[in-house]
Each structure stands twice: as C-alpha cells, then as structure tokens.
Design a protein around this ligand. Sequence first.
Ligand code: ADA
Length: 552
Amino acid sequence: MERVFATHIIRKSRECAPVWTLTTPDAGGLTKPGKVVVPSVWESHPRLRKYRGRGVYEQRIRAGGNLRLWLGGVSFRARVYLDDALLAEHYGSYTGFEALAQQIPDGEQTLRIEADIRFDADSALHVPNDYYAYGGINRPVIVEEVGQAYITRLHVTPRCTSDGWTADAAVSVRNLGDQPFHGALRLSLAGKEATEEIEIPAHETTLYGLSLDCGAVTPWSPENPALYAVTATLLVNGEAVDDLIDRIGFRTIRTDGKKILLNGQPLQLRGFNRHEEYGSFGLSAPLEAMMQDIHLMRDLGANCVRTCHYPNDPLFLDLCDETGLLVWEESHVRGFGEEQMRHPRFMEQLRQCTAEMVEQHYNHPAVFIWGSLNECADDTEFGAACYREIFALLRKADPGRPVTAALLERPGGKVYGDMDVVSINIYPQWYHDTPVQDALNRKLLEAAQGGGENKPVIVSEIGAGAIYGCHDPFGEAKWSEERQCAILKEQITAVLSHPDVTGLFLWQFADVRVSGEWARSRPRTYNNKGVVDEYRRPKLAYQVVKNIWSAE
Ligand code: ADA
C-alpha cells in the first residue's frame, strides 16, 4: 500500500504482486534465488541478517503502453530494468523515484530491481552510523499505465484571507509524446473547481498555477485534524484521461519571535525522536506497527515526532495527518564532520534527498518544519556554508514552512542566525555530568550571541540509555532502567521549566539497531535510549515520561 487513500481513479495504477524472487550475488553460499515479500528489508531473512551486498529482485508484470513505475524506496542504491533495459538509477533509501518505459507492447515483462548496500566510495550519506542502513525494496512498487501526458506534481498551499481560505495549487503535466499536447487541467477541492486550457510542447513538462477560494472550510489542527481530498484531472475533449489525488489540511505555520504559530496559535511541542524501524522488520514496518507507534506516543503525552534522520514513509505521514501528530521531517544525514561533508558526492546526494523529500511530502499538513544536517560541522566555515545552502534549497522549495537543524552540544556554532528555529541536542547527565540547567543555559547563551536571539528554541534531543530488563535496585548503574528514569526525569523537568524553550523531542522513542562498527559504545549493537525497546515493550521510563507530560 502506497498511501492510506487512492491516489488515482482514472490512471491505471496498481501495486506489484507481493512475492518476488531475490538473488544475493555477494552472499557466498547463499546466492541462490529465494522468495521474499516486497516491501521488506532483506535483513528480516535470518540468513541475510548482516548481508551488506547486492540484491537482485525479479517480478513478472503484465502491462503495456507508456509505463510509469513508482518505487517508493529502495535501499540504498537502485537500478531498475524492464526486460533487461535499464530504466532508472537512484541513490538513497528514504525517498521514492520514477522509472519510465514508453510504448511497451502489451504482454508480460520481467521487472528487475537491483539494490546495493555496499558502503563504497560513491556513497556519501549511507555510511556506518548510529542506526542501521538496511537493504532491499523497503516501500511499495507501483505499476502505472499513462497516456501521452500525465500529471507529475500537485502541490497545494493553503492561505488564510479575510474571506476564508484560499488554496494555491502548483500542478505539473508532462507530455511524453512527439506532438504538442492540447487539453485542459481541472482542480477540485472542498466542493470548488477551476479549469484551465493547456498546451504542452512535445517532450516537455509544464507547471501551472491554479487557485481556488474555498471559503469557510474547517482548518487542520492537532486537536481537529480535518483533511480534504484535492484532485487534479487532465482532460482531452472534455474526457478525463489522467488524475492525481492527494489530501491537504488548511493550516498555516510561521514563527513570531520565540513562538511557532499554527493558525496563529503558539505550539508547545512535546515529542519523540523516532527512527523508522521496528524489530526484525527493520525499515519496513507494517502499517499497524506505524499506527501502534502513534498510539503509544500519544499515550505518553506526545504531540509531535521527529523523523530522525531521514524522510519517512508517506504512509506514516498519512497517519500523522489523520491523527494530528505534528512532524519534524528531515533529510538524510547524521553526525558528519567536515571531512565527511567534503566528500565529493556529499552535497549532490544531500541536495537530491532534500529536494525529493519536499517534492514528495509537500502536502502533508502534519509536517510543520523541515530539518537537515543533524549534528554536522556547523562550527566551520565550510560546514556552515553547506547548512546555508540546504536552508536556501528548503526555503525555495517550500516558503511555507520554517527550517531548522538539530545542532551538536559542542560550542562554536555558526548557523544560529540562518535558521528559523534554533534546535539543540544536549546530553547532560548521560555523556557528561553537567547539571541539565547549566548545559542548557550554556548552549542557549551561545545561540543567542550567535544570531539566534529572539527565535523559537527546540531541544531536539536529550535522553539516556537503558537495556530493557536490566535493573539496579539502587538506581545507579548505567544501562539500568532505574538510572534511565532518574536521568530522564531530571532532564525533562529542567527543559520544561525553561521559559525560552518551545519544544522538546526526547531521544528516543524506541531502541534501534546500529551498524556493527558502533558496537563498542552500543551494548547489543543497539542504541538503547528508547522508552520502549525495539518490540515496543515499555521500559520503566515510559511511565515516568507519561506522568510528567500528563501532569502539565
Ligand atoms: C546524537 C544523534 C543521534 C544519536 C544520539 C545518541 O544526538 O543525533 O542520532 O546518535 O546522539 O544516542 O548519542
């Protein structure tokens, strides 16, 4: 399932059958083809639990004409072939991409997708890290049959005027044909409609702007997450030939001094950092597991989640839209020093991931802020220039949301003045013994002096580790559940009582697997700072967090 609602009624679109053949050419004696389910990660197969190589997936499909294949996520380098013809290549696990095949005769074809998770010199973003880079086709593969032209983008920006709400839509249409395309484009939303005649030169994509006055619609808010279907339809001689359906919420986000305002109301953010991972399903959690995470976070008292450290499955974002859970979404990079940022492909790969994230997730009303470059070298001239470039890219792609980056605790930050919201990661009482208030004040003072004064402040990470089931009756031993409780209590209480802090994202919701290279500082080869473990079994800290947040 690609989304929780149908994205097409006119366009012929279907998900590939779920059982594929997988060959693993670098797995020594295990290279033989086997049957696996897509989407999934290959680490869910017991023999491929640590496999860091290539995977060749094959599936038969029956289709013809102009085929548009949509690959929701392939980890982390992908090549797509139809009957041995290379259609597309893509880098990055966490965003989707398209593969086109034109004028295919009706019949059965072989779709082959090669996934490759070897950490080699070409991979700047996927490196051994404090989370696991899984392998495989981790999100759905969709087969679509399109005509001469099809809709490639539908972005809607809601605007609140004195007469109610207006929706400004940006709709792109691609003409695959050798001849100009003549037709009309219709936009429908909240019972209103606008239509425009269009003409697109051969082999071009044209962007159209259409606006609709929607009047007194119900605004989207965390308390009342009202969603509206929006449809773009392509017509030829009055007949619908293609469509694209999405959902939006009518809401605005902006910052004002130290506040983040949603529809003019200040937000007080309480939430979690959540890696997209669930036990042995890794990156490919089933929909029910995503929903359970939302229920658990809600039960804990959270109203927001941060998709550390990469864009998430649109299904998860759909569920956040539905339940009113606010989302900080960020593009993929974690903890890079200047040397890693100087990798010749770093900016190219980060730009691509960032642009795809905004392009694909623009309409989700729950996403209230864009982030990137978690804990990178914001303290050097070179690093700061990278931050500025990504902030500029985000603002250009979406002027309607603030931008931020979760910055390291160490001093010397140079980009406080460049972000709309100042976000800091601090680990007092876990990685060092500084009292929480002192660590917080030190960082806030630096931010204020460095250009971040009078901006909203989010503590984007704070936390402590515990191994599920590890107990110390004296509450002193590191990794015991009791010690985690004591530290979290101190951290949360100090952060919430600070008048300048607008938001808090605890590190982290659930324990996650990390790269083998990290095992020395990560017992079990897991980052164990979850308030639940990787199977969502609550640690003692669960109740501590719940009690503090529900007493507010
Ligand atoms: C950092 C980082 C996280 C995680 C965390 C930790 O703040 O952003 O990805 O590694 O530290 O557990 O130390």
